[in-house]
Design a protein around this ligand. Structure first.
Ligand code: NAD
Length: 307
């Protein structure tokens, strides 16, 4: 089953380009390589890009804006976010999110944003998100500056709580429909009843399910990262790449409105699109699942304790 997104989000490609690596979140990159990655994505049929002012403190939006300059704006959807501006800097007030959208439009060099998300709502006051932030974004929608409104975050109960109190067009969940953690699947019906499209981000578990491994800031507990490293080693010993299996698993079995994969290199984009067309090796999947069993569906806490 594939979620069918509401009107403004029709046109989401199976893979959405995740632009957090363009904010140097995964380490330094050459700007020309990042721009080439965006152009490769467009050339290969990716029609959506996800970014945030938070990624690299506006760097990712700036680089993405540069890359998209001169492209056919009707050919892709742009998603960005409001409310998160630093590791501990959050502001979901109506005044700040209105200003934030204007700033993002400038950086991205566009006159509209297709999907505007409240970023990492578990760090805010959920009543404020429902009563103030989403209504302020709906006003911007009426004014034509944004076309759809969503919420992102890690704890699924917080996303569902908001989606059930105020209509949002999309929720973005991350690291919770992967070969290691499948908790998002259990929430699918609840979001469907709200008429909310589900975007599945970070199928590579923010680098933990790659041969390179996670960045030092990865929030998962050591037992989870150790199990992912053991699974990567198992794949390597069979001449396989854990990233290939992880991408194939999330994209071909997930059925979400899109899967958002981060990249700052053209070769990663090419590989991702090639791999998801190749058949999933069920035997390897079985062995990797066995290896990941001690860490299955295990994550971390994020945000305010009450959320
Ligand atoms: P991810 O799981 O997509 O993994 C990204 C890492 O995998 C990067 O280091 C990248 O270089 C590497 N990679 C990409 N393609 C590869 C390939 N084919 N082979 C090997 N390695 C490859 O994690 P992510 O980038 O953090 O998440 C995806 C996107 O989702 C983000 O860029 C962002 O747009 C969005 N996101 C949003 C939130 C939120 O709103 N709270 C949280 C997480 C992610």
């Amino acid at each position: 089953m594939t979620d069918s997104p509401p009107g403004a989000l029709r046109g989401l490609s199976e893979i959405c380009f995740g632009a957090s690596p363009l904010g140097a979140v995964y380490g330094a990159f050459a700007e020309r390589d990042g721009i080439a990655a965006v152009h490769t994505a467009l050339d290969l049929g990716i029609t959506c890009f996800d970014v945030s002012p938070y990624y690299g403190r506006t760097l990712a939006e700036t680089v993405l804006g540069k890359a998209l300059r001169g492209t056919d704006r009707s050919g892709y959807l742009l998603a960005t976010k409001v409310g998160r501006y630093g590791d501990t800097a959050f502001d979901f007030s109506a005044a700040r999110v209105r200003r934030s959208v204007q700033e993002s439009l400038q950086r991205l060099g566009t006159d509209h944003i297709d999907l505007i998300h409240c970023h990492d709502i578990e760090f805010g006051d959920l009543d404020q998100i429902v009563e103030e932030t989403v209504p302020a974004l709906r006003e911007l929608q009426v004014a034509g500056l944004v076309r759809a409104v969503g919420v992102t975050g890690y704890p699924l109960p917080a996303l569902a709580h908001v989606a059930e109190r105020v209509h949002v067009d999309a929720v973005l969940s991350y690291c919770q429909y992967t070969v290691q953690d499948r908790r998002l699947a259990r929430w699918r019906d609840r979001f469907a009843r709200c008429g909310t499209a589900v975007l599945n981000a970070a199928p590579l578990a923010m680098g933990a399910l790659t041969s390179r491994g996670p960045a030092p800031w990865h929030p998962a507990p050591a037992e989870v990262l150790d199990a992912c490293a053991a699974a990567a080693e198992l794949c390597r010993s069979r001449g396989e790449d854990i990233a290939r299996l992880a991408l194939q698993f999330s994209v071909t079995t997930g059925g979400f409105a899109t899967t958002i994969v981060g990249a700052a290199q053209a070769e990663e984009v090419r590989r991702t699109l090639r791999w998801i067309r190749e058949p999933l090796d069920e035997d390897l999947l079985h062995d990797v699942e066995h290896c990941l069993a001690p860490a299955r569906d295990r994550g971390w806490t994020s945000g305010r304790p009450e959320n």
